[in-house]
Design a protein around this ligand. Structure first.
Ligand SMILES: CC(C)(COP(=O)(O)OP(=O)(O)OC[C@H]1O[C@@H](n2cnc3c(N)ncnc32)[C@H](O)[C@@H]1OP(=O)(O)O)[C@@H](O)C(=O)NCCC(=O)NCCS
Length: 174
């Protein structure tokens, strides 16, 4: 079986492990406003370990694919995905987050496109995610990437309860 990896020319992409959580924490601190808005807590080391340890219900570490993207040694983006969740062939994107200085320059699209290609090559047939309704700009981003809303739900978090849009995209020949 081929290795699941993300390749973005000009960037270093690697899996986040416990020994690289400090790099993820750097990005979380840069994205503090995002964590404040969606989770009512700071973007810090604790947020980074939370992302590292977060598993979808019923899934293990073997299903989790968490990648950090660096440019010239600086963490600039992260993507967190779960294979075969909620069902076989479906992949759940738990997080895509870009450093504020690097947004709206095509990096989110590049990371997503590369991840989507890798998922397709790994046999994935559908992508799902949730977008918090206080983040309508993210919804528009995902719509430009081919997702559409399939309903709404409540996301109960420790410090906040979010109303979310559930979105999905079928993978044909990507
Ligand atoms: C949402 C996010 C991941 C998008 O990444 P990005 O690098 O800023 O977006 P890109 O520059 O790659 O834009 C890709 C496309 O989305 C569109 N887009 C990006 N941001 C947008 C916005 N705020 N509103 C509307 N469209 C947007 C762009 O026009 C572009 O369209 P194109 O592919 O036709 O050129 C990034 O802005 C981010 O990290 N935001 C904060 C975290 C977040 O909300 N994550 C999503 C959680 S569900």
């Amino acid at each position: 079986m081929s290795v699941f990896e993300i390749v973005i020319p000009g960037f270093k992409v690697f899996r986040v492990a416990p020994d690289s959580v400090a790099a993820l924490a750097f990005l979380c601190e840069r994205c503090d406003a995002f964590f404040q808005m969606l989770e009512n807590r700071p973007g810090n080391y604790e947020a980074a370990t939370g992302i590292l340890n977060d598993l979808a219900p019923g899934k293990g570490l073997d299903s989790k694919h968490l990648f950090l993207v660096e440019l010239d040694g600086r963490p600039v983006g992260v993507i967190d995905m779960t294979k075969d969740f909620p069902g076989k062939g479906q992949w759940y994107i738990a997080l895509l987050l870009i450093d504020p200085d690097y947004r709206a320059q095509g990096l989110g699209r590049k990371i997503f496109k590369s991840a989507q290609g890798a998922i397709h090559d790994a046999g994935g047939i559908e992508l799902q995610l949730c977008v918090q309704q206080q983040n309508p700009r993210a919804k528009r981003f995902w719509e430009t990437q081919g997702f559409h809303s399939i309903g709404e739900a409540i996301q109960p978090l420790p410090l906040i309860e979010n109303r979310v849009w559930k979105m999905k995209k079928l993978l044909g020949s990507v």
